[in-house]
Design a protein around this ligand. Structure first.
Ligand code: ZN
Ligand code: ZN
Ligand code: FE
Length: 761
């Protein structure tokens, strides 16, 4: 028979997830000879196919692969002249060939097979760090590539003979599972308790259960950082946790014992259910309904961040504790990065909680729990970290050598290798020194891990962002070109890159803050843009922002500004809450234009309405007012306010604000007012977008910016626009908030490079 030698390059999430043994098994079953080889740019398969065999083989590779793997594309390459006929099918050992490193698996929740092995395998009975090629830590333990045990934080744990045998056996589920370990050779939990060091897992498990059951808060080391844990039904324990975290009202995420229990406390659709149970195990924001947990978990909220167990310890807790859910919140203090080192966790928590439970598998790369919500039938990432990082995003063009520094308040960076985008984990507010250090360290590590040397830099237009300064410094030191990208153009471009959009679109960017090219603070923007340039078609009315940055945390200031601007009477109760004197002082600031920049921010409009409705006058965290305003609407539909159709380049909210104030004066409940506000705003945005689509002939509408984390707004606007036959794109795998900005900057820079320019004139 005539055999054809074919070389295939499989790209996607195919490394460190049991893909090679899978290819081996399929080839063996089909009697195919050849070899499979892991390289930095993907999995190479050299195979001798009999006529008609290749199609069937490819079909099986695409459809039968291990659960965590995903195949993005399979390229057929020219065989090299040195390729000789094969006599069998073999797995070639990993080698670091080229510098095209892009594929590192994210961390994977413990799999069902491993949970079962804990009851049957003699050397792994009850073992809490069990894993296999289909599960376990990956990115968080990785120091360098190629992905071998010696380059992970498992290097210090030599394999015992049993583990070594499994590691070397092709047919074993632990064949080349780099973090493989057992009770004899692997990491252990340990803790100091009443002056003694304990390392016995059974004892530590019993102790932690006893403490949680008694209403205590404990700290425990996880995959990408420490957690603070307590009983989610125990109000006193949750309040105690707030003291430990020094956090006033921010909602805590909870871990439910299983999917059935989640359904007793929330309503969820099929997409939400699938996301919750996925191997990535993110926190999914769900609507609460039915039974309730401790009220102070999420004051003022109808939604709850929920996740399912993903480490053996989590399962062991729920086996022993008859509780529906545990609070599992990042082990950090207020806004600092989550603790990953034992010393840090001891310093922060030892005096505050009775037990700090450590383990001796070092976390090299910090990664918080990821957060997403489902809107319009698709998951939308809000915080992209554990389970997602550093999975590459395949771009539809060359992005090689571009380093994008991102924004500031939700810091994250992105780099381009060939046609793949690598996004950092969510990092946090770079204004904190510790967080900024984490940003710089991660940048350094990504550059080393992915063998990345930038030749073009991109940052925000805002010169004072810490990320922009860092970019400037590197541009100066290394003599590299630096492209400054307008914030809202970057929000739009990120979404365009995700969906492969090149034709100009109308982009609605609804956002908190971003520097505009006229020096004002932008944030309610209608852009006509492609990935290279943008034109500002329309924007929210400029409103004074008395006190500058202060206005972003004190919504009552925006309430006064909006009410004065549109000559609406302040609602009853407002003066009593804020004080006549402060209101007058603020009004003087506005008339004298002292420390009062102008803003078209959509976020500030939400702030104003949140305060006018008495829902939030002073925020304790970013976007709190907007979130509470959305939550307040509950299930209300609300009639829209009569708003005059808008024809100009600015959107005036006079009628809207007047309507809100009138309702409040007439004693309409805030829930109804919030619903009416959302409905009116969505209607106005839709009208404007439709008019602009007609005017420009744009093929589609892009929705981006942090305000679209508001599901009520995003969902209704998407439905309204689609009802008009307009194609709508809302980011899914790239966060629509500022942690997605870096990808947008990178997309814009790629387009400038393609156009043959280093930077815009
Ligand atoms: Zn497993
Ligand atoms: Zn072992
Ligand atoms: Fe933004």
């Amino acid at each position: 028979m005539k055999y054809k030698l074919t070389v295939l390059l499989v790209q996607g999430l195919v490394q460190g997830v049991g893909f090679r043994p899978f290819v081996y098994r399929v080839a063996a079953e089909m009697g195919i000879r050849g070899e499979v080889d892991n390289r930095n740019d993907g999995v190479y398969i050299r195979a001798q196919f009999a006529p008609g065999q290749q199609e069937r083989f490819l079909e099986r590779i695409k459809t039968e692969h291990p659960p965590v793997a995903s195949v993005y594309r399979i390229l057929e390459l020219e065989p090299e002249s040195a390729d000789r006929p094969f006599t069998a099918f073999t797995i070639v050992l990993s080698r670091s060939g080229s510098d095209e490193v892009t594929q590192v698996s994210p961390d994977i929740a413990v799999c069902e097979a491993c949970l079962a092995d804990r009851h049957t395998q003699p050397h792994r009975l009850g073992y809490p760090f069990i894993n296999c090629t289909h599960c376990g830590p990956r990115f968080t333990i990785l120091r360098d590539l190629p992905y071998d045990r010696a380059r992970t934080t498992m290097a210090g744990f030599p394999l015992c003979p049993d583990c070594a045998r499994e590691y070397d056996t092709v047919s074993d589920r632990r064949f080349h599972a780099q973090p493989v370990a057992c009770n004899r050779c692997g990491p252990v939990y340990y803790a100091d308790w009443q002056g003694k060091r304990y390392t016995d897992y059974a004892a530590l498990l019993a102790l932690s259960c006893r403490l949680i059951a008694a209403g205590e808060v404990i700290a425990v080391k996880g995959i990408g950082g420490y957690h603070l844990v307590c009983n989610a039904s125990d109000e006193a324990a949750v309040e105690r946790l707030r003291q430990v975290k020094m956090r006033d009202t921010k909602p805590f995420a909870v871990m439910f014992r299983d999917g059935r229990t989640v359904r007793e406390y929330t309503v969820l659709n099929a997409v939400e259910e699938a996301e919750l149970a996925s191997w990535r195990r993110p926190i999914v924001l769900l609507e609460q309904q039915g039974r309730s947990l401790a009220p102070s978990l999420n004051p003022g909220m109808h939604t709850l961040g929920a996740m399912l167990p993903y480490m053996p310890l989590h399962y062991d807790w729920f086996d022993r504790l008859p509780l529906p859910a545990l609070v599992m919140t990042s082990g950090n203090r207020s806004e600092l990065p989550v603790a990953i080192a034992a010393a840090e966790a001891e310093t922060w928590f030892a005096a505050q909680v009775p037990l700090v439970l450590h383990h001796d598998r070092e976390i090299y790369n910090r990664a918080d729990d990821s957060v997403l919500q489902v809107c319009g039938g698709r998951p939308r990432l809000i915080r992209r970290a554990r389970g997602y990082v550093p999975e590459p995003l395949f771009a539809d063009e060359n992005v090689d050598g571009i380093l994008a520094f991102g924004a500031e308040k939700s810091g994250a960076f992105a780099l381009g290798k060939a046609d793949t985008v690598l996004q950092s984990q969510y990092i946090g507010d770079l204004k904190n020194w510790e967080t900024f250090c984490f940003y710089r360290e991660s940048l350094e590590r990504f550059r080393r891990l992915f063998r990345f040397a930038p030749h073009v830099l991109a940052c925000d237009l805002h010169p004072d962002y810490f990320s922009s300064r860092e970019a400037e410094k590197l541009a100066h030191e290394a003599g590299l070109p630096l492209l400054r990208v307008q914030h809202h153009h970057a929000h739009a471009a990120a979404c365009m890159l995700e969906y492969g959009l090149h034709e100009p679109v109308v982009a609605l960017v609804m956002d908190g803050t971003g520097l505009g090219d006229d020096g004002a603070v932008w944030g309610g923007e209608f852009l006509w843009c492609d990935r290279q340039r943008y034109r500002r078609l329309a924007h929210f009315d400029y409103i004074p922002m008395p006190g500058g940055d202060k206005a972003a945390t004190e919504p009552w200031r925006m309430a006064v500004a909006y009410a004065s601007m549109y000559r609406a009477p302040l609602p009853p109760g407002f003066e009593e809450r804020i004080g006549q004197e402060r209101i007058q002082r603020l009004k003087r600031l506005i008339t004298k234009k002292v420390n009062t920049p102008f803003t078209s921010s959509a976020g500030r409009l939400f702030d104003a309405v949140a305060s006018l409705t008495g829902i939030c006058d002073v925020a304790t965290r970013r976007a709190e007012a907007a979130v509470l305003l959305e939550q307040a609407a509950g299930r209300e539909e609300g009639e829209p306010y009569a708003a005059a159709p808008d024809t100009g380049a600015t959107l005036s909210f006079g009628a809207l604000i007047a309507g809100v104030c009138r309702d409040m004066n007439e004693g309409v409940p805030p829930a109804t007012v919030s619903a009416r506000f959302h409905r009116t705003l969505a209607g106005m945005l839709k009208e404007k977008a439709c008019a602009l689509v007609r005017e420009t002939g744009a093929g589609s509408v892009v929705l981006s910016g942090g305000c679209f984390q508001n599901k009520r707004l995003a969902g209704s606007l998407q439905r309204l626009l689609e009802g008009e036959g307009i194609r709508v794109y809302l980011p899914s795998v790239i966060p629509c908030n500022d942690s997605g900005i870096a990808v947008g900057q990178l997309a814009v820079a790629a387009e400038w490079l393609r156009a043959g320019k280093d930077k815009p004139e």
